[in-house]
Design a binder for this molecule. Structure first.
Ligand SMILES: NC(=O)c1ccc[n+]([C@@H]2O[C@H](COP(=O)([O-])OP(=O)(O)OC[C@H]3O[C@@H](n4cnc5c(N)ncnc54)[C@H](OP(=O)(O)O)[C@@H]3O)[C@@H](O)[C@H]2O)c1
Length: 308
């Protein structure tokens, strides 16, 4: 099965389905990535913040070395973390991610959040009272560093994550190189229709994170498994609720990146390319939109660039 691709405004292409790896621990993530590649995944999503780039890189290189894939067959996304937002910090941070991954280039490098933390080694620097130490670096400055990463051929494409429409418009008005992608939370509870529309109008593709709504999430948001409409569509198409969620997201033009380290689920989640939800079914699913988030990053509200 060949995963459909979407073309960026810079001409590069991204497979519209990938493997998420947030909270995929060292010790389990390599097996997950290798298995995903065997099953047909061609897009892996990681981040410096996930602290698993090294093991993911090793797994990818193993699948290149054993002849399963070539480097150009696999699309790797990683992200700049909030503690490296100053312009001069971006290229070194990108080089560190490249070194971790053991790759010659990154396919897509994203600003993980529009929010900056104090620079330094701590991923989440906190003061004595436990509060996050934010920094007022403007993401427009950070973007200039991202443009240098592309200029130096460290990365093929550059984009952002967790940006709202206003922030994107401001970035588009200043950027020399347009962002190609915005990676944001997209679930059955949060379909982000207007943000997706805005991105499409501005030639920015959208990747949907937490597409399964992070089952068992700590915010008590209802599992998609419990929705009768999802259950009945799963029965109709002989698919699973996870498949219905990812298919819904895919048909809205967004690339879902479900995370799993469980072989049976990695295989199950990939099984979305041989059926179509009807327009009426898509409308029914849209009614599940409540606007609740599994990744609100509430502590970030202290930053002037908090996006939600
Ligand atoms: N840019 C950002 O700020 C940002 C934020 C969050 C996430 N992301 C990216 O998006 C990816 C996906 O989001 P996510 O990890 O938050 O949530 P998710 O993919 O919606 O859910 C992952 C959870 O669902 C379980 N799961 C996977 N497939 C399943 C299935 N078929 N049936 C039942 N349970 C299943 C996984 O368990 P097992 O692993 O135990 O199987 C895991 O606990 C992340 O991994 C990361 O790469 C990006």
């Amino acid at each position: 099965m060949v995963v459909p691709s979407i073309t960026f405004n810079d001409g590069n292409k991204m497979p519209m389905f990938g493997l998420g790896t947030y909270l995929s621990k060292p010790g389990e993530v390599a097996e997950a990535v290798k298995y995903a590649i065997e099953v047909g995944y061609r897009h892996i999503d990681t981040a410096f913040f996930y602290e698993n780039e090294k093991e993911i890189g090793e797994a990818i290189r193993e699948k290149i070395n054993d002849g399963t894939i070539k480097r150009e067959d696999i699309f790797v996304t990683t992200k700049l973390w909030n503690n490296s937002h100053k312009e001069h910090e971006v290229v070194p941070a990108c080089k560190l991610s490249l070194k971790n991954l053991g790759l010659d280039y990154i396919d897509l490098y994203l600003i993980h959040w529009p929010i900056a933390f104090k620079s330094g080694d701590a991923l989440t620097p906190r003061d004595a009272s436990g509060k996050i130490e934010f920094d007022d670096t403007d993401y427009l400055e950070t973007w200039r560093g991202m443009e240098k990463c592309k200029g130096q051929n460290l990365v093929r494409s550059i984009g952002v994550s967790n940006f709202n429409a206003e922030q994107l418009a401001r970035l588009l008005s200043q950027a020399k190189i347009k962002p190609v992608n915005n990676q944001v939370e997209i679930t059955l509870n949060l379909n982000q229709k207007s943000l997706v529309e805005f991105c499409k109008k501005n030639e920015i593709t959208v990747t949907g994170f937490s597409p399964l709504g992070r089952p068992g999430n700590r915010y008590g948001i209802k599992n998609l498994w419990d929705e009768p409409i999802i259950q009945s569509l799963a029965n109709k198409y002989n698919k699973t609720p996870a498949n219905i969620a990812c298919r819904f997201i895919l048909q809205s033009g967004v690339s879902p990146i479900p995370k799993s380290v469980t072989k049976s689920r990695i295989k199950e989640n990939f099984d979305i390319f041989d059926f179509n939800l009807t327009p009426e079914e898509l409308q029914e699913i849209e009614k599940l939109n409540t606007g609740s988030r599994v990744a609100p990053f509430s502590e970030g509200k202290e930053s002037k660039y908090y996006p939600f």
